[in-house]
Design a protein around this ligand. Structure first.
Ligand code: SAH
Length: 396
């Protein structure tokens, strides 16, 4: 097995159990390794520290599979790791009975570059690192064994694969997708899941608890849901007893999906829902000009800042939508605002939202600090995993 020798001092992050080895930390590779091969990681003084997957094309040159430098990284290793990850979800009471659950959340579950989401009988797998890509078969076998699922569908078409020198890879890795399409019930609301063409693995599972909270806050209120995608927040708001829900997204197909989802839920009154295809930045201004007001505004935009380098431009975009979000609220109204940008931390996000409230001339306080649901845990050693943050702020 090839040996990756670190530069002096660069072993420190491994002592903290951080699994990434950046290109700048690598002194040299002794021996030969192809992309995805397992290498033993050594400190500059020769002490063996870990076993990691080698990714010569990536800035993250290696990702640690095990901090035991003698661990066998083989079929059995992945079967055990997948089973352990699935068992951790089963041990969380709040996840029991959920049909849509993230089973493997990459680094936080000790499996860098591996995402697996279960939608009923189907597991959708996304591999984003060279090491993970190499162990596809073992990971699929582990998922089938641990879940008894009917199908594993691979959605390895994320942009980040390019950084690892990997081409897209999609299709059934086990079994077949159900012919009539797929849907899940999330907290009483049925939602279609397009595992082949939808965002991420087909659905935003990370917002599950926050959608439920929106439902709880929506009773008797006029709700505005911006960046609604297939209507997750909108339908929970209706289920929670909202007086009306206006939902905005720039994607026609997403709104068609949202309408289909509403139709899947005969318990919800479609006459209370309006769907508007528009750019949120423009739509918010128009609503303000028309003198419209809401009691609850949800802002769940796409990632404006994929990395810290984009933070400044992203901050302006967040300021803009939050400013209008606050301006559109009735007294006593609540703004639920999110950022899923890895490049914007919670502290910065709160500053941005505070600035928007000040510019809007409102007095606001935080009712809830929000994050991803517990099937998207954050490894304590890997704070970068904390990408989704949200604030529910009440004004007046
Ligand atoms: N809240 C959703 C997920 C939102 S994903 C859920 O819980 O499922 C982000 C959405 O923003 C996508 O549907 C995308 O089409 C939409 N979007 C991106 N830029 C936009 C813009 N400028 N105006 C309106 N919608 C936009």
């Amino acid at each position: 097995m090839a040996q990756l020798i670190l530069k002096p001092g660069k072993e420190r992050s491994l002592f903290r159990r951080h699994p990434w080895i950046f290109a700048g930390s690598v002194e040299r590779l002794d021996g030969r390794a192809r992309p995805g091969d397992t290498v033993t990681v050594l400190a500059a003084d020769g002490k063996a520290l870990a076993r990691a997957g080698w990714a010569p094309e990536s800035q993250i040159r290696a990702r640690v599979w095990s901090f035991d430098p003698e661990a066998a990284i083989d079929h059995a290793f992945f079967k055990r790791a997948v089973a352990a990850s699935v068992a951790r979800r089963a041990a969380i009471p709040a996840l029991r009975g959920q049909e849509g659950v993230r089973l493997i959340h990459g680094e936080s579950d000790g499996l860098p570059g591996v995402i697996a989401d279960r939608y009923g009988d189907v597991v959708v797998l996304q591999l984003t690192s060279a090491g993970a890509d190499k162990w596809r078969e073992a990971i699929v076998a582990g998922l089938v064994q641990a879940t008894g699922c009917a199908a594993v569908y691979e959605r390895s078409d994320s942009e980040v694969r390019r950084l690892e020198g990997l081409a897209p890879h999609t299709g059934c890795a086990h079994g077949e997708l159900p012919s009539g399409g797929l849907s899940i019930v999330e907290n009483g609301v049925r939602m279609e899941v397009d595992v082949v063409g939808g965002h991420k693995t087909g659905f935003y599972l990370d917002q599950r608890d926050n959608r439920l909270l929106t439902g709880r806050l929506a009773a008797g209120r006029d709700v505005l849901n911006c960046f609604c995608y297939t209507g997750g927040f909108s339908l929970q708001a209706l289920a929670g007893g909202a007086k009306s829900v206006l939902s905005i997204d720039s994607s026609g197909p997403a709104l068609e999906g949202a309408r289909r989802n509403l139709a899947l839920n005969p318990q919800l009154d479609p006459s209370l829902a309006d769907w508007h295809e528009a750019d949120v930045f423009k739509a918010l201004r128009n609503l303000k000009d028309e003198g419209q007001r809401f009691d609850l505004v949800v802002l769940d935009p796409p990632k404006f800042a994929p990395s810290a380098a984009h933070a400044e431009r992203a901050a302006r975009a967040y300021t803009d939508i939050n400013l209008f979000g606050f301006r559109l609220l009735n007294p006593g109204g609540i703004l639920m605002t999110y950022s899923c940008s890895g490049g914007i931390g919670l502290e910065l996000f709160q500053k941005i939202v505070a600035g928007a409230a000040r510019d809007a001339g409102v007095d606001a306080r935080v009712l809830y600090r929000l994050s991803a649901a517990p099937d998207h845990p954050v490894g304590l050693a890997v704070p970068e995993g904390e990408y989704l943050k949200g604030l529910a702020c009440q004004i007046g």
